[in-house]
Design a protein around this ligand. Structure first.
Ligand code: HEM
Length: 408
């Protein structure tokens, strides 16, 4: 959803392919986030488009959400249990298309985390996923057999069908809590509840439209990104084990699959370009300069294959790759600096070094994409020889539209 600012219309975008330069820009105080600028007229200002104190306020709420996810994971492994049930059901039918399976699973998981109760069945999850892609791409997202939506119409339908009823339901639950008829422990632990609790205490109250905008952004940020990773991860691991039969892969080991998920995401970043705009004149460490208003287009697929950081074979899928200290296994796929993705643990799991940090309550997450693929291998899933998967075109979006697998 890029980008053009009033001031930058005559200034050329500077394209960045070096990891270090990309990371420096993402951390730099004199660049503002503009990748998601196109969403503002539709959903208002949301966490990713805000800066300064307003951004920190929203980021704190998001951090609470993931802290509670980690705490809950210690007692209740909903994500793992649900994923295993979904895969077992598919395996019982002997074949499944991994792409819709992955989207449905992710929509239902993210729906629960966000508080979108309406996404709890395969049909409604598919409908909401379709509306979310129409919110981002408008009529280009059209699928045969479904209505065609402009971006605005998709937003309105999303709100009517899914977001506003979920907010209304939680307002009622909170009213019961305030009346002393529900204990704090009975409150749902999801994003909508956290946003409503926060706004009752905040100086400036948020209206339903603002909360709905934040909820829509979380759903956009979570579902398509994570769902599109699982087929890539499955494909790489399957091909790797087929072409290296002498080195059996630890496909039942969640720690190994988690490393592999980050490696697959490095090669296939779900958000391929991140844009920043200079808020003043900037000179970077390597001497590159930006004028006020000029845009940096960080080409994530290239930064993630920078040999200076990822070694002489950056195009290869190597789950055990040795990475340099202070870099990320998934490269810049989750961005960096103040807008570093909040949902990365839900997508690909807790990074190795974070497992030793005191702040994360000791519970490690393995990520939906990793658990899904591990579970597929447990059921001996393999590409369906009757429906060979076409090679992805280097000119198209780096996602599979279909990935049929069979079991056994
Ligand atoms: C493979 C999966 C994912 C990828 C590749 C991804 C990628 C990204 C990237 C690149 C950004 C930064 C955008 C920028 O700086 O312009 C971001 C931000 C964000 N992501 Fe993710 N994301 C993923 C999954 C998720 C999930 C599962 C959630 C939530 C459940 C989530 C929530 C967010 C939020 C809230 C932000 C904004 C953070 C802020 O502005 O402070 N993401 N994500």
């Amino acid at each position: 959803m890029p980008v053009k600012s009033d001031q930058s219309t005559e200034l050329a975008v500077q394209w960045i392919t070096s990891f270090d330069v990309g990371e420096e820009i993402l951390r730099h105080k004199s660049f503002r986030e503009v990748t998601f600028k196109g969403l503002i007229p539709l959903v208002g200002q949301v966490i990713v488009t805000l800066e300064g104190p307003a951004h920190r306020e929203r980021r704190l709420i998001g951090s609470k959400l993931f802290a509670s996810l980690r705490l809950k994971a210690a007692e209740d492994s909903f994500i793992a249990d649900f994923t295993r049930r979904v895969v077992a059901k598919a395996a019982a039918q002997n074949r499944v298309d991994l792409v819709p399976l992955s989207y449905s699973l992710m929509a239902q998981t993210a729906g629960r985390l966000i508080g979108l109760d309406g996404l709890s069945s395969e049909d409604t999850a598919a409908e909401a996923t379709y509306l979310l892609s129409a919110l981002v791409s408008g009529t280009q997202a059209h699928q045969p057999g479904r209505p065609s939506y402009t971006r605005r119409a998709a937003r309105d339908e999303l709100r009517n069908r899914f977001i506003d009823p979920a907010i209304a339901r939680r307002r009622n639950i909170l009213a019961l809590h305030q009346a002393g008829r529900l204990s704090t422990g009975d409150l749902p632990s999801d994003l909508i509840t956290l946003l409503l609790l926060h706004t009752t205490q905040a100086e400036r109250k948020w209206d339903t439209r603002q909360i709905a905008g934040e909820v829509a952004f979380y759903a956009v940020a979570a579902i398509d990104t994570t769902a599109s990773l699982a087929p890539h991860l499955f494909h790489h691991l399957y091909e790797y084990s087929r072409t290296n039969p002498a080195q059996p892969l630890a496909l039942a080991n969640p720690y190994f699959i988690r490393l592999a998920a980050a490696e697959a995401l490095r090669l296939h970043p779900a958000i391929p370009t991140i844009f920043r705009q200079a808020t003043g004149p900037v000179k970077l460490k390597n001497g590159l300069t930006f004028e006020t208003g000029q845009t940096a287009g960080i080409y994530i697929k290239e930064t993630n294959r920078d040999p200076a950081v990822f070694g002489h074979d950056p195009d290869q899928f190597k789950p055990g790759r040795i990475i340099q200290a202070k870099t990320y296994r998934a490269g810049l796929s989750f961005g960096g600096g103040s807008h570093l993705c909040l949902g990365r643990e839900l997508a690909v799991g807790t990074p190795e070094q974070a497992a030793f940090d005191s702040g994360n309550s000791g519970t490690e997450l393995f990520g939906v994409a990793a658990i899904l693929v591990q579970s597929l291998f447990e059921h001996n899933a393999r590409p369906d020889p009757a429906h060979p998967i076409p090679e992805l075109s280097p000119y198209a979006r780096d996602v599979y539209h279909s990935y049929p697998v069979i079991f056994g």
